[in-house]
Every structure is written in C-alpha cells, then in structure tokens.
Design a protein around this ligand. Structure first.
Ligand code: PGA
Length: 252
C-alpha cells in the first residue's frame, strides 16, 4: 500500500543532544499521518529512537555496510543499526554514490542485507545534470532500479526516493512535472519487474531542495507520495510546517 511520508535526512549534522531536542519537539507537534521518518547520524540513532519510543515517528540510518560483522574498519552493520533502534535505512543516497564511489552492485548488496535484517530500505536514485542534459535520465534510473533491486523479492513496502543529483542541496528543485514524469517511469519499471499493478503500489518519494515553499505543489502530483528532505529538515518548526502542508494536500 502506498504510504505518505515526510523523511528528514540530517546528513552529517546534529549531536546527540541536538537530535534528542529535535525528537522531543517533533513528538509534541506531530500526530497521525503523514508518517515521519528521521535519519540522524549513526551516533544519535539510539538516543533519538529512545526519545521517540512512544511515538509513531520512525528512525533510520543514512547508510550501512552489507555484512553483519567483520574486519571492516569504520563501517556499521545492519545488525548494529537495528540494535541501536533504527527500522529504516537509506541506501544509495547520491552523496554515497558520488562522494564515496558506491556503485549499483554495492548498493544491491546493501539492499539485500537490509531486506534480510528487517530494515525497510529507501532506495535512492537520480540522474546528474549532465545525464539529464544528454537525455540519459531514464536509462540511468532504469539501471539504478533494476540493479539495485536485483534478487529482491517484490514487497509492497519497497520505498524509492527519486532525488535528481542536480537538485540536492542546490535550492533548484525539479518542477512537479519533471519529478512526476520520473515517478511514473519508476512505477513502470517496477511493474515490468514485478508484474502489472505493482508499480502503483509502491511508495515513491521526491527529494532535492524540498522546502516549505514548494512541498505543496510537488505533493499535488498524484505520483509523488511525499518527500525526502535534507537541508530544510534540520529545523523542527520548518519540518513541522512541511509536514502540515503535505498533510493538507494528501490526507485532508
Ligand atoms: P536537500 O537534500 O533537501 O538538502 O536538497 C535532500 C537529500 O539529500 O536527501
């Protein structure tokens, strides 16, 4: 079933104290739907999930390794993020792909590991500016999804985030029409992989410079089920405002 979600990706921001204070703030103001999922840095997962234990707000990790244990200095395993209190994990975020060199095969191993660890992965896909200019958007998105989901059984719980690289952290969001076109294409790929109608059942979020000024117009598009928000998710009041705007378009 398609879910309406606003997710906050805090990237390398917020100490434990700052994360907990955000958690307590959101807990006070958030009630019911749309769903909220927060992605703090690893160091704050435990404290934030403890602070949110009696709320519906989900907590996730921004990344993880695909092995459970072993000699992988500096890495964190699926078991560890789950044990710290995360139920979600971002896989293949564009900063992981482009700054840290993660490729589709590695991302697929992480997707398989997440599925085996009872973590709900959000698979992030998106084209660069060069790829869009050269009409490669669909080719890139198709490859990222097909390889990323290879050997993954179909589940209605699959969540995909379309995040065009050129829109992340730049202030230049995709127009609702541009985003919606890619979301429709993503649903077509899923249907081609998992059978007719499956593409209509999965949740597809848009990310890339989502902010209070544009969330409503993006959410008005039928194929956009919510947002994965970076910079504008760092302040509780701004985040709650976006949540309210998403609610006004999608819930009532
Ligand atoms: P942004 O980041 O909202 O700051 O563009 C989105 C993301 O990276 O998930």
């Amino acid at each position: 079933m398609r879910r309406i979600i606003i997710a906050g990706n805090w990237k390398m921001n917020k100490t434990i104290e700052e994360s907990v204070s955000f958690g307590l703030c959101i807990k006070k103001m958030f009630y019911g739907k749309p769903e909220v999922i927060l992605f703090p840095p690893f160091t704050a997962i435990k404290a934030l999930s403890d602070a949110l234990y009696d709320s519906d707000v989900g907590v996730g990790a921004q990344n993880m390794h695909f092995e459970s244990t072993g000699a992988f200095t500096g890495e964190i395993s699926p078991v560890m993020v789950k044990n710290a209190g995360a139920n979600y994990v971002l896989i293949g975020h564009s900063e992981r792909r482009h700054i840290f060199g993660e490729d589709d095969e590695l991302i697929n191993k992480k997707m398989i590991a997440a599925a085996g660890s009872e973590l709900t992965p959000i698979l992030c896909v998106g084209e660069t500016f060069y790829e869009r200019q050269n009409n490669l958007t669909e080719e890139v998105i198709e490859r990222q999804i097909k390889v990323g989901l290879s050997e993954i059984n179909y589940s209605k719980n699959v969540i995909i985030a379309y995040e065009p690289v050129w829109a992340i952290g730049t202030g230049a969001n995709a127009t609702p029409e541009q985003a919606s076109k890619v979301h429709q294409f993503i649903r077509e790929i899923i249907s081609s992989m998992y059978g007719v109608g499956s593409g209509d059942e999965i949740t597809v979020l848009y990310g890339g410079s989502v902010k209070p000024e544009n969330i409503e117009e993006l959410a008005k598009m039928e194929d956009i089920d919510g947002g994965l928000v970076g910079g504008a998710s760092l302040r509780c009041d701004t985040f709650v405002l976006m949540w309210k705007k998403l609610k006004s378009v999608k819930i009532c």
